[in-house]
Design a protein around this ligand. Structure first.
Ligand SMILES: [Zn+2]
Length: 102
């Protein structure tokens, strides 16, 4: 008897959490270094978050430092983050615009 995919997803290992904490720390350093203390989308300064280009799962088999790589992350306020969170196309567009990626 086979179980659905759902049984394999959603099991968070503690190491992931540690990596996320590290990623947030590294990104804080990066923003400071670059002088980015505002939302890169709307320019606001309220509740800034790190918005990643890809879903977490994409990073799982990549080197850890991709999580705090300038190419893969932008600083966005919570409002902008929420707006783009589930819109892959708009997220891509924003990254291309802000990071000049092709
Ligand atoms: Zn914003």
């Amino acid at each position: 008897m086979k179980y659905g995919k759902a049984t394999q997803i959603g099991t968070k290992k503690p190491t992931r959490t540690r990596i996320n904490v590290k990623a947030n720390k590294e990104l804080d350093k990066l923003w400071k270094k670059k002088g980015i203390n505002y939302c890169e989308i709307c320019g606001g300064r309220f509740r800034l978050t790190n918005m990643h280009r890809h879903k977490r799962i994409w990073f799982y088999d990549k080197p850890n430092h991709y999580l705090w790589d300038y190419k893969y992350c932008i600083r966005a306020c919570l409002k902008c983050h929420m707006k783009l969170e589930h819109d892959k196309k708009e997220t891509e567009k924003m990254f291309k615009k802000l990071r000049r990626l092709v």
